[in-house]
Design a binder for this molecule. Structure first.
Ligand code: DLZ
Ligand code: SF4
Length: 507
């Protein structure tokens, strides 16, 4: 049997299951195609990262003597299905189609149609680049009424043995988040992430993207991310040395004009396959064992990967396609245009969106507590917001984006992911950042003309959703605080919020 092996743009791992058992008669196909590049209006840097990393990956396979067909974007192939059809017409002796399972439900449906369409067996291999198989997650989820990440995470610690000693968590605790919520002081020296000068391949891709995707969000010329596995590993080791020691402490902090702080940005490399999750976790554990990083940093980081990342993937495949239709709070308001331009007076939003436009990146607290929180409070359309997150971040594929946005940020899944909505007023943003100091709005005000919009919107969020949320035990304190206000004050806040919602576009 001779296999046609399709390798996708987020499967750029030498240890990919479909590349393991390669025979001399097999062919690898990689294709830059219109449907994948435009099913979402991807940020320019996301496309550059994927196309450039695909081209580098294909070149390495070719150097190893593997038969590789590479279809580039200029060949104007409409979809992966068309790419497979072209390849099978060219090499009719390929009598089996092989692929590692993909990361999105919509593409899985397309792939599943190939067996019949091409009259060849389809070999769909489990993606064991993830630690938890889909079956393992289903088994864990079975019979539970709530899927809490923390319990899944403990299973994963036991399963991997990471930061474990005699089957107990190192340090006697599973989770050190209580020490991970520090705000930054202005005296704190800030590290830099490792950046890379574009090589000839990347320069060609930048030119292509500027020409073909001119109206997509983002600045193409400032692209300087890793595009090979070697570079991504270098960037990660740089993070371990320079950023990880304080990653835990400042995980939730935000600072004016500082997009990266102590974050690794490794999600964009992990999610397209340039980094391997087990390698990354082992490097972090080793740094802890060698006394180079404290436990709260190492544990907090490893939890994001073997806990959160694996958990959202498990949930995605457990609950799709129905999950995508959920909109518990009936949020339907159109997205204000500043989500695409950053042109808003709200300093925190301008910063989070501005970083997104410039770098196809913003860190998790900017995503959750600024742009996500604002969308939650203002009742922005779940569908539009999910599409926005999928488009604008270099690390975004639906398996990871949808649960994080629809579930975690927007509470549209009625609490499958989060035990309560992550709704917060301006006070939280003031505590965790220095944004409010340079904002035209006043964070200490709620109803005055220049009051911080997050404040009235926060109270209005509670009021608007009282029937749906007031029964939630974790919302009791918020509702007590709301009803502690006089009827007159509540009315003023409601009126202010209504004005804000009418003039959302002008904020
Ligand atoms: C995101 C993306 C883009 C922009 N372009 C391509 C492409 O042209 N060819 C390809 O194979 N993959 C691309 N990808 C990644 C796929 O969309 C990804 O494999 C699916 O979304 C499943 O996660
Ligand atoms: Fe954001 Fe309000 Fe602070 Fe301005 S005052 S930065 S809008 S939280």
């Amino acid at each position: 049997m001779a296999k046609l092996i399709l390798v996708l743009g987020d499967q750029l791992s030498p240890a990919l299951p479909s590349l393991r058992d390669l025979q001399p008669q097999d062919r690898v196909l990689m294709a830059e195609v219109a449907s994948e590049a435009s099913y979402s209006p991807h940020h320019k840097q996301k496309i550059i990262l994927i196309f450039s990393a695909m081209r580098h990956f294909a070149a390495v396979l070719q150097q190893q003597g593997i038969n590789v067909s590479y279809i580039d974007y200029q060949q104007k192939v409409s979809s992966l299905t068309e790419a497979v059809a072209i390849e099978l017409a060219r090499y009719p002796q390929l009598d089996q189609i092989c692929i590692t399972e993909c990361g999105e439900y919509r593409l899985e449906q397309e792939i599943l149609s190939w067996q019949q369409q091409f009259q060849r067996p389809l070999l769909l291999l489990e993606d064991d680049r993830f630690i938890a198989t889909k079956a393992m997650f289903q088994h864990w989820a079975q019979g539970r009424t709530q899927y809490r990440m923390e319990y899944f995470y403990r299973e994963m610690r036991r399963y991997t043995g990471l930061l474990m000693h005699n089957n107990q968590p190192v340090g006697g605790q599973w989770n050190f988040d209580a020490s991970n919520r520090k705000a930054l002081s202005s005296k704190q020296q800030l590290p830099n992430i490792l950046k890379f000068e574009p090589d000839d391949i990347t320069i060609a891709v930048i030119a292509l993207v500027k020409q073909q995707f001119a109206s997509n969000m983002g600045d193409a010329d400032s692209f300087n991310y890793a595009v090979t596995g070697k570079q991504a590993r270098q960037a990660f080791l740089h993070f371990v040395e320079h950023q990880l020691p304080l990653f835990g402490d400042y995980q939730d902090a935000m600072q004016l004009n500082e997009p990266y702080l102590f974050h690794s940005i490794c999600s964009m490399y992990l999610n397209c396959g340039l980094l391997d999750v087990r390698w990354v976790c082992q490097k972090v554990e080793l740094a802890y064992k060698e006394g180079k990083v404290p436990l709260n940093a190492a544990e907090g980081f490893i939890r994001q990967l073997i806990g959160w990342r694996e958990y959202v993937r498990g949930l995605y495949w457990l609950l799709m396609p129905e999950y995508k239709e959920r909109n518990f709070l009936q949020a339907h308001t159109a997205l204000p245009s500043y989500y695409w331009t950053g042109d808003t007076k709200m300093r925190c939003m301008q910063q989070a969106i501005g970083h997104t436009i410039k770098y196809a990146y913003s860190h998790h607290i900017q995503r959750l507590m600024i742009t996500g929180n604002f969308a939650l409070l203002a009742g922005l359309s779940v569908d539009e917001i999910c599409n926005w997150y999928l488009a604008v971040y270099a690390d975004a594929y639906e398996w990871v984006e949808l649960p994080n946005t629809l579930g975690m940020a927007l509470f549209a899944d009625q609490g499958v992911l989060a035990s309560k909505p992550y709704a917060a007023s301006g006070k939280y943003i003031q505590r965790m950042s220095n944004y409010c100091k340079s904002c035209v709005y006043d964070v200490s005000e709620t109803t005055s003309p220049m009051a911080c919009p997050f404040n009235a919107l926060y109270w209005n969020f509670l009021e608007r959703n009282q029937t749906l949320l007031s029964g939630n035990a974790r919302m009791q304190l918020s509702y007590q605080n709301w009803f502690r206000k006089s009827a007159e004050e509540r009315l003023q806040i409601t009126e202010k919020a209504q004005q804000l919602l009418i003039h959302l576009e002008q904020l």
